[in-house]
Write a protein that binds this ligand. Structure first.
Ligand SMILES: *Cc1c(COP(=O)(O)O)cnc(C)c1O
Length: 355
């Protein structure tokens, strides 16, 4: 049975990518060897890494603008600390919009003074704070563009004088932005790019090398840049699959095209949530609603069991909400087709018709 995969992460990847990826495990590039049993220094793999790195910059419009891209280990959680290690000399400013921001703040506190410029914790992170000021003497400002768990998404980013750092794990490559406003962005692969095991980091080189502490090699972005993202053995398979996904996105028409498709999916499900009296969106303000992770609840909990049986019957998978929010979460990453959202919306309206 065809599944409709709304999983929050690890999450859906294009089926054409999965097919090529599985071939590479048996026979990569016609070498009669597996991708995962050859040297990462072989010309075949070096080309994979270089293609993945340059496609990432190309999609973001950041080629030849002083940026470098890296595919490193440790997940986005590693960047919570690696960012601070490399950039936090005295003071850093953070916007707290959810569980992932909170974790980033916890790690950065180990390295210097931390100013939380605003937080939406008072309302269980159901909105994006506005009207805050970032202290002029902060070494950098950190925010989370899309809050995977709560379903909020930042639409704009503050204009500031210090480096702007962003955790884009769950909405990278999903919408057009002026990416040159960011000085460092990072994203764990497993939401919108590939399997878990690698993280994309895009950094403007000029912001590095300014902290007074010494940085261990494996945590030093400059070392990784110097070694072209091959300081140690990279996560060869996750990087390869990420490369395939970035190529798939390019063949499709890039971020401009995928954004149109993502907008269509978001419009469809949010209009159902808004018109169907049985459901309620979790996010307080319409402008803060995420186009990647749609959080909603069912008002009458006695209908929950019926609804759960119905969507499972329709082949939908991964719709359960995060324990911090409850209810449901429809994660609609780039590879999720509109048809899957149509199936979900049909189940929601069928529940209303039967109720
Ligand atoms: C999933 C996620 C993370 C954590 O990623 P790991 O790769 O598991 O460390 C961090 N930030 C955001 C926004 C996420 O969605």
């Amino acid at each position: 049975m065809q599944k409709h995969n709304f999983s929050a992460g690890p999450s859906i990847l294009p089926s054409s990518v999965l097919e090529k990826a599985s071939q590479s495990i048996i026979n990569f590039n016609g070498l009669d060897l597996s991708l995962i049993e050859i040297s990462h220094r072989s010309t075949d793999f070096v080309e994979v890494m270089e293609t993945a790195r340059s496609l990432a910059l190309e999609h973001l419009g950041l080629q030849d603008k002083g940026y470098q891209s890296l595919f490193l280990h440790g997940g986005a959680s590693m960047e919570f600390l690696r960012v601070a290690y490399n950039l936090l000399d005295k003071k850093a400013a953070y916007l707290n919009t959810g569980a992932w921001s909170t974790k980033a703040i916890k790690e950065a506190k180990l390295f210097g003074e931390l100013v939380e410029v605003a937080s939406s914790k008072d309302k269980n992170f159901n909105y994006i704070p506005t009207g805050y000021t970032v202290p002029d003497d902060a070494d950098y400002f950190h925010c989370t563009s899309n809050n995977t768990i709560f379903g909020t998404q930042m639409q704009s980013f503050p204009k500031i004088s210090m480096p702007l750092v962003c955790d884009m794990s769950s909405d990278i490559f999903s919408r057009q932005l002026d990416f040159s406003q960011f000085d460092l962005l990072y994203a764990g692969a497993q939401k919108n790019m590939g399997p878990a095991g690698t993280t994309l980091i895009v950094v403007k080189e000029e912001i590095l090398g300014k902290v007074s502490r010494s940085v261990p090699s494996i945590l030093d972005y400059k070392v990784h840049i110097g070694k072209e993202s091959m300081f140690n053995t990279p996560a060869v398979f996750p990087v390869y699959v990420s490369m395939l996904t970035l190529q798939w996105l390019k063949d499709l028409g890039g971020i401009a095209e995928i954004e149109k498709r993502n907008n269509a999916k978001a419009t469809l499900i949010y209009s159902e949530i808004d018109i169907n009296p049985l459901f309620e969106g979790f996010v307080a303000k319409e402008k803060d609603r995420s186009k990647m992770n749609v959080t909603f609840t069912i008002k009458d909990s006695s209908l929950q069991e019926t609804f759960d049986a119905m969507w499972k019957e329709a082949g939908i998978s991964g719709l359960d909400g995060h324990r911090d929010v409850g209810g449901y979460r429809a994660s609609m990453y780039n590879a999720l087709p509109l048809a899957s959202v149509e199936v979900l919306v049909e189940v929601m309206s069928e529940l209303e018709r039967n109720a």
